[in-house]
Design a protein around this ligand. Structure first.
Ligand SMILES: *Cc1c(COP(=O)(O)O)cnc(C)c1O
Length: 369
């Protein structure tokens, strides 16, 4: 069967007219980098995040790396993070010159296990980078308590979590700063790359404003080693329009997730529980010990699935020279994860088609309880 339900749908939908108008506005303005759209987006994004400052950059990876650089965390320092994320989380730590140290997962929540963090702390540890994965916050209260006890900075990877809250608090406001990505597949996506830092620390924001623009304090005065990573005016204008749609899109994602949960009751896959009502459902993963067969079965029913993520970050060859890490829970979970379609324009009828296909899957082994 051909694909009837694609994994994602990235073409503009209910926002198409606003996106077209935003593009036209910028093209006609003749101002393309660090202009009024970026300034307005940064104000509006900070307000949406509940922070006093937002600084836009070229990618989510740069956002993470520049927070560490802005905090003076780099060579010789260690940052504790999760083995289950886009590898960019750890690559960004390395871009800042620091070393990622991996702590295994809470196997139910699928985010870093706070109970395992203390034993990974060394005199070189400077920060913890929890990742708010799939749209759900990491278990922040114990993470913040450990960080306070040991004098560590908490930097939040919010790349999958615009508008996510953790027991009512917005992500990016609990630690010193949050890093966001506007890569097209994210829950607030641009029509290209983009990222931002949200923080209540005015001095950190000011330093990142310099670091993203060549380290300039004023034009042609490069006071420190900065990089060139900026959100362009076109993407900022598009994101301003889309930010206005995001609360509605988020409630659509939550409705779809509830339909998935109802339709998957008793299904031969494990559905991760919702730990926090502030989950924004960037992705909807399930687990099965027979992933290859499951994906083939779903494809035969016209449903496209993807894996987030097939390889724990510490097992990536690019990380081979970093701290060797044993994360057996992440090893097992990365073999079992598979994501079902999840996007605001998905219909309830399509969710019913997907859940019926999942229910028709006949595993060779009984699923784990
Ligand atoms: C996408 C993503 C990143 C990287 O963001 P880019 O904008 O692609 O650089 C980092 N961390 C997580 C958890 C992500 O999902």
């Amino acid at each position: 069967m051909s694909i009837k339900i694609p994994f994602n749908a990235l073409r503009p939908t209910d926002d198409a007219a606003r996106v077209d108008a935003a593009i036209r506005r910028v093209v006609e303005s003749g101002w393309f980098v660090l202009g009024p759209e970026v300034e307005a987006f940064e104000r509006e994004f900070a307000a949406a995040c509940g922070t006093s400052h937002a600084v836009s950059v070229g990618t989510g990876t740069d956002a993470i790396a520049l927070i560490f650089r802005g905090l003076g965390i780099g060579a010789g320092d260690e940052v504790i993070t999760t083995p289950l994320s886009a590898a960019y989380s750890a690559l960004a730590i390395m871009m800042a010159g620091a070393r990622p140290v991996f702590v295994d997962l809470d196997p139910d929540r699928l985010t870093i296990d706070p109970a395992r963090i203390a034993s990974a702390i060394t005199p070189r540890t400077k920060a913890i980078l929890p990742v708010h994965l799939y749209g759900q916050a990491a278990d922040m209260d114990p993470i913040l308590a450990i960080a306070r006890q040991h004098g560590l900075a908490v930097v939040e990877d919010c790349a999958q979590a615009v508008l996510t809250t953790c027991t009512g608090r917005p992500v990016g406001t609990m630690g010193v700063a949050g890093a966001f990505s506007f890569y097209p597949t994210k829950n607030l996506g641009a029509l290209g790359d983009g990222g931002a830092i949200a923080t209540n620390d005015a001095a950190l924001a000011a330093r990142i404003v310099r670091l993203r623009n060549g380290g300039q304090s004023k034009r042609y005065h490069h006071d420190e080693f900065g990089v060139n990573t900026r959100l362009d005016e076109l993407q900022a204008a598009i994101l301003r329009e889309r930010l206005a749609f995001l609360p509605h899109w988020t409630s659509q994602r939550r409705t779809l997730a509830a339909a998935y949960r109802r339709g998957l009751a008793g299904a031969p896959v494990t559905v991760p529980a919702e730990f926090d009502a502030g989950h924004v459902y960037h992705l909807f993963p399930v687990l099965t010990a027979e992933r290859d067969r499951f994906q083939q079965h779903m494809r035969a029913h016209g449903v496209e699935t993807l894996v987030h993520y097939p390889i724990p970050i510490p097992n990536q060859p690019a990380l081979a020279s970093e701290t060797p890490a044993r994360c057996p829970l992440a090893d097992r979970i990365c073999d079992e994860l598979v994501s079902l379609p999840m996007y605001p324009s998905l219909t309830i009828e399509q969710v019913h088609h997907v859940t019926a296909a999942v229910q028709a899957f006949a595993p060779a082994q009984a699923p784990r309880a």
